[in-house]
Design a protein around this ligand. Sequence first.
Ligand code: SF4
Length: 272
Amino acid sequence: MPTPAKPRRAKRRKPNPYLAWAKRLERTRPGLVDFTLDGLASIYGQPPWARRWDPTSELILTILTQNSADVNAEYAFIELRKAYPSNRPIEHHEPGPGWGGAGLPDGVPPDWTLVDMAPLEELVEVIRPGGLPNGKARGIKAALRAIHEARGDYSLEFLGEMAALDARTWLTNIKGVGVKTASVVLLFSFGMPLMPVDRHVERVSRRVGLLPAKATSDQAHDYFLAMLDPSRTHEAHVNLIRHGRLICHSQRPAHELCPLRERCRFVDPKAP
Ligand code: SF4
């Protein structure tokens, strides 16, 4: 008589580490996310969302901000407009709170075909006023090439029809476009609930204790997705940035002005 086959054990699903953290945080420090957002809203208000401008301009401007101040990225974008003008209607940049530059003046958008076709060395010289031009020129050309190869033009408006995480994956599949850049484009051009984590957001969140100590900067994006009510993503991003710039400085943070101090683990490692 043949030996009966052993019943297969059902495979245990690996727990999602981001959701597990969000649950643990709520269990050990209840209400901390809302406490943080409400505290920040008490001094900065709840910023209304408004579309900054079209997603291709947003992507290229965000590449120009990588490791540079927003105001320098603006200089470089203005040079792009001058060097490669298109015959499209004048575009308006709606920077909103959270943007660290002055906001771009209205102007004719660059012709993305000309930028794509420009010799690399020429593009490097054009965007030099923004700093770190070599890597950024490569990044811009790679992004425009990838969009054109996939879509036949340079528009990213189709991303607005996709689910947020699918759209993020589409963008991060482009070489040089990381999860922060993709999240900026999708949050500010389409209002998708994706949290860009820049150095200010990361510093304040780590100090308060919203992120696990070992989380990498990239992982921080997904921890926020698990913790945040999607309707507060834009508010969380903008107000954490403002707080990092105005009060929770990297050196000598102004704890005495901070509405988060009674629950901040940087001030008190045992804070509730
Ligand atoms: S209490 Fe101090 S360290 Fe904590 S969030 Fe406020 S300013 Fe930053």
